[in-house]
Ligand binder design. Structure first.
Ligand SMILES: O=C(O)CCC(=O)C(=O)O
Ligand SMILES: [Mn+2]
Length: 211
């Protein structure tokens, strides 16, 4: 984004209790340039939940740790269980984006050690959950949308209830901090659409501080 457009960019908009939307904040062309290399090193896979189901969202990670779901439970691991190797390093532009987004939402000093990479096809949803496998829950979660749109559902601290439905488009960044850091959230089934670069896919990068 050039400087002129940057000046027109709306400020972070608080959606609910410390959850901010930064509309069109991320340069997703830059992210997509990095992605093939990362996915070659640690391929996307459908992890198994502790309940024995296969997740519909395909996932992998980059960074010092990666989020892993397995029959034994959820964990952060410095080794990719599929390859036996460390996860690929978090690219510098990813780190800069996560830090800048957190700061723009009022959360300074965020230094993620995990980038969970999610891939959604048309019809794929993510069930309501809380991100709670991190050692220190006071750091925000920074979530970057790439490709076709989706509707992000933000609930409260209890399961169920009415959701705030937030449509997320390419380049949008959600920052979950404050009380909303521990709120249930999910993604509605992705509806058919096409992105000129990646087709009928949505990627989401979720930056976390695990340790
Ligand atoms: O895809 C999204 O927008 C949300 C992803 C998410 O909540 C997660 O990975 O924990
Ligand atoms: Mn989440």
């Amino acid at each position: 984004m050039n400087d002129l457009l940057a000046n027109l960019r709306p400020a972070a908009e608080e959606m609910k209790d410390g959850a901010f939307l930064l509309a069109n904040f991320a340069d997703t062309d830059k992210i997509l340039q990095e992605l093939p290399r990362l996915l070659e090193a640690s391929p996307l896979r459908h992890m198994t939940t502790p309940g024995g189901r296969q997740m519909r969202v395909a996932m992998t990670n980059c960074g010092q740790y990666g989020w892993v779901s397995a029959p034994s439970g959820y964990r952060y691991d410095s080794t990719d269980p599929t390859t036996g190797n460390p996860w690929p390093d978090m690219p510098e532009p990813f780190m800069a984006l996560a830090k800048n987004a957190a700061a723009a939402a009022g959360y300074d000093g965020f230094a993620p050690d995990v980038c969970l990479i999610n891939r959604y096809g048309v019809g794929t949803r993510l069930s309501p959950h809380i991100d709670q496998d991190e050692a220190e829950k006071s750091w925000p979660i920074v979530s970057v949308s790439i490709g076709i749109p989706a509707i992000f559902q933000l609930f409260g601290s209890a399961r169920g209830g009415t959701a705030t439905n937030i449509p997320l488009y390419d380049g949008d960044v959600m920052v979950l901090g404050g009380r909303a850091r521990m709120y249930y959230h999910g993604v509605k089934p992705v509806t058919a659409a096409r992105d000129a670069r990646i087709g009928a896919l949505r990627y989401n990068l979720t930056f976390r501080r695990a340790r």
